[in-house]
Design a protein around this ligand. Structure first.
Ligand code: ATP
Length: 216
């Protein structure tokens, strides 16, 4: 069990705090608005009404003992930055900050914050991609160009041979095929694909894009 602090309990911060608590972690939630604190007080370990721009408050709440702190103050950029400065002064190393604008992002990266989150933009990108690539269930970026993708076999590919699907994509590695509760790591070339099979593959973006057209 780790200990986390979430500062700013709007919809993003409250979701992070609730999920961390559901994962059995110790969570301190801080917000200056009584209404947000009250609505989460039964869900997380400790919910406090406080101004996170006050360094003494952060010190008294022992935020420095946390394994990581999430700053989820959105609109009030000044408050977000002040809070981040205090957290840095307290010696906290793992700080994740929600940024609302490019200027906010720039200031945070100048302050040495490496985990800057843009939840609305990230979600917008994911939704656009899920509409464009409906077969993609999940994906993970390995670096700027390589991805691991979890894709569902569509009606179009039902009955196709696994090798025939992968033949023109030598740069793509198949990691596993999941059929119901059965997982196959060494996929035989002659495997006949079934609808709803889940294929997990890895490769460069361009090759993955080309392969995706076979699913449609
Ligand atoms: P959401 O996550 O709901 O999209 P948002 O990005 O619009 O939120 P805000 O609503 O501006 O961001 O801020 C999130 C929360 O941070 C609010 O509940 C607000 O009360 C809280 N907050 C703002 N300033 C402070 C502060 N100085 N100290 C503590 N909490 C603060």
């Amino acid at each position: 069990m780790a200990q986390f602090a979430v500062i700013g309990l709007g919809s993003f911060g409250a979701t992070v705090a609730t999920e961390l608590a559901a994962l059995n972690h110790d969570v301190i939630g801080i917000d200056s608005n009584k209404k947000f604190v009250e609505s989460i007080s039964d869900t997380i370990t400790h919910a406090v009404i406080a101004d996170a721009t006050d360094e003494r408050v952060l010190d008294e709440l022992n935020v420095k003992n946390c394994d990581a702190v999430v700053v989820a103050i959105g609109d009030d950029i000044e408050a977000s930055i002040l809070c981040v400065l205090h957290l840095k002064n307290l010696g906290i190393e793992k700080i994740m900050v929600k940024a609302k604008s490019k200027a906010h992002h720039m200031i945070l990266s100048h302050l040495g914050i490496t985990k800057i989150i843009h939840p609305e933009e990230d979600m917008g990108i994911r939704i656009a991609q899920s509409l464009s690539y409906p077969m993609v269930r999940r994906y993970m970026a390995l670096n700027n160009n390589r991805y691991i993708v979890k894709a569902e076999i569509t009606t179009t590919l039902k009955g196709a041979q696994f090798q025939a699907l992968m033949d023109n994509s030598p740069e793509i590695k198949s990691l596993m095929l999941q059929r119901g509760s059965h997982v196959i790591y060494e996929i035989a070339p002659g495997t006949i694909l079934q609808e709803k099979d889940i294929l997990i593959i890895e490769g460069p973006l361009e090759s993955l894009r080309q392969l995706s057209s076979r699913f449609l």
